[in-house]
Design a protein around this ligand. Structure first.
Ligand code: AMP
Length: 212
């Protein structure tokens, strides 16, 4: 059983790297942001509660986040383990998490803010199947359309310059201290997130002592 946390500012490739690792190791990939986005899209009660906060790039309240994480992990469908992405994002969430679960490693994807801005502002999403694209590194074959289902691509509501600035601020003020907390427990593996996807994945596997 493997339990990993993946951290890094938005646009550092957390989603992509988690998905690659999860697929090969049979881990359940849990993205708190994806759970919220699904709820917003499906117009659930939770979606209505978080939509405005998310679109402004601000953090959702700890109570809601903890309930979502507790429910998701409570499904116990993670026989081989899980990789959780986008959580914990502040000290309180980290404490809640460490009280309930032991962690095998924290993957820290490092990327300078300038590069984050460049990448995030060129990010596109398929609203139908959830596939991510990037106009710099990972363009769709046909401009503006999803390679898988052909749906027109959209910009995530929270990928505006203003929302990104708020997310970067929260990351530096609230999420970085969490990393220091984990660092003291010697859980953290620092990974340079700037190279190509495959290379970053190889770096992660090497750090975690996993087969490449
Ligand atoms: P992400 O996809 O991880 O960038 O998350 C998208 C948005 O969901 C964030 O900007 C927050 O509004 C919300 N969110 C996701 N995870 C958390 C968390 N751990 N704590 C608070 N808000 C979160």
């Amino acid at each position: 059983m493997r339990k990993y946390v993946i951290m890094g500012v938005q646009g550092s490739g957390k989603g992509t790297q988690s998905a690659l690792l999860a697929k090969d190791l049979d881990l359940v990939h849990i993205s708190v942001g994806d759970i919220f986005r699904w709820n917003v899209q499906k117009h659930t009660k939770l979606g209505a509660q978080v939509r405005r906060t998310m679109n402004a790039g601000n953090l959702v309240s700890d109570d809601l986040v903890e309930a979502v994480v507790r429910d998701r992990l409570g499904m116990h469908d993670w026989n081989f383990g899980f990789i959780i992405d986008g959580f914990p994002r502040n000290a309180r969430q980290a404490e809640f998490f460490m009280e309930s679960y032991d962690i095998d490693g924290v993957i820290n994807l490092e990327m300078p803010d300038d590069e984050v801005r460049r990448r995030v502002l060129s990010r596109r999403l398929c609203p139908r199947c959830g596939m991510d694209y990037n106009l710099i590194a990972d363009r769709p074959e046909e401009e503006g359309r999803c390679d898988i289902c052909g749906t027109p691509l959209v910009v995530r509501d929270d990928d505006t310059p203003e929302a990104l600035a708020a997310r970067l601020r929260d990351y530096h003020e609230q999420t970085r201290p969490v990393l220091e907390l984990f660092r003291r427990k010697e859980y953290v593996y620092d990974i340079d997130a700037r190279p190509a996807q495959d290379e970053v994945q190889q770096q992660i596997r090497k750090a975690l002592n996993l087969p490449s």
